[in-house]
Design a protein around this ligand. Structure first.
Ligand code: SAH
Length: 264
């Protein structure tokens, strides 16, 4: 029964997902040995493009399945007044709170923040950006994308923007539940609001230390189809790397999308 590729659901995350190991593996920056670097840089560049160059703006943004990470909010926080972060597990929410409250032992995001500041044109304003983000994150909530009200028991006014990076493919067992999760998250968004999503394609698992977590095998088409079925108008799609050439060839493909929720 327990084959390596078997689905790792919420309880497994709650029990076995180690935020510190995840951060060290995928979010350490500046150490050339870190395999997550190229993917992280790629995602940061895409988010810079969407939020800063593309000028995606609004009052409220909800980040879904934030995990223990804040990198995904670094460009977004320039353009939104209030941010809500969320995750399934207690330990990930705690890890976020540690950074937000500058508690001892919090992860050092400085190299990542500097990188994003450099993209945005001024590497020196990294501490200002950290403070800005800390002020804008108003809440860190429990969420479960398999529920119709994913933030239950909390209910929030519909947001101007939803962001979700590397979450749904980890949280969903099959395509049906993936498509259902897209509908569930869509209810948090205003009609006309935007969803920005970053997804790993064609991957079946990822490691956090010794622990293997399942990843739903996705192709670009199934993501786009799910978005359309959930009432989104897909406006921007980028898949990198999109060929077998170049230095990123042995990395997973990362798909970034921006989509607009159509009026009901
Ligand atoms: N967004 C972060 C974390 C991705 S790791 C990043 O970009 O690095 C995948 C995350 O999905 C984990 O934090 C895990 O707790 C969360 N997750 C797993 N099942 C979930 C569910 N049912 N609902 C919401 N989040 C879930």
């Amino acid at each position: 029964m327990d084959s390596p590729a078997s689905f790792t659901g919420g309880e497994t995350y709650q029990k076995d997902f180690d935020p510190a190991v995840y951060l060290q593996t995928y979010c350490s920056f500046g150490s050339s040995l870190c395999p997550g670097n190229e993917i992280l840089e790629l995602i940061l560049k895409t988010l810079f493009k969407i939020f800063i160059s593309g000028g995606l703006k609004g009052d409220t943004l909800i980040d879904i399945g934030s995990g223990p990470t804040i990198y995904q909010l670094l460009s977004a926080c320039e353009n939104f007044k209030e941010i809500v972060a969320s995750d399934y597990t207690e330990q990930n929410r705690r890890e976020l709170e540690k950074w937000l409250k500058k508690e001892p032992g919090a992860f050092d995001w400085t190299p990542v923040v500097k990188y994003v500041c450099e993209l945005e044109g001024d590497r020196e304003r990294w501490d200002e950006k950290e403070e800005k983000l800390r002020k804008k994150v108003k809440q860190v909530l429990k969420c479960d994308v398999s529920k119709s009200n994913i933030l239950a028991p909390v209910s929030l006014p519909q947001a101007d923007c939803l962001l979700s990076t590397l979450c749904l493919e980890a949280a969903c067992k099959d395509l049906n539940s993936y498509h259902a999760a897209l509908k569930n998250i869509s209810s948090l968004l205003k009609p006309g609001g935007h969803l920005v999503m970053v997804t790993v394609l064609k991957e079946t698992y990822y490691m956090v230390g010794q622990r293997r977590f399942s990843c739903l095998y996705l192709e670009k088409e199934s993501v786009v189809e799910g978005l359309r079925a959930a009432g989104f108008d897909v406006q921007y799609v980028e898949v990198t790397p999109n060929s077998s050439e170049g230095t990123l060839a042995d990395l997973e493909a990362v798909m970034s999308v921006a989509a607009c929720k159509q009026p009901a």
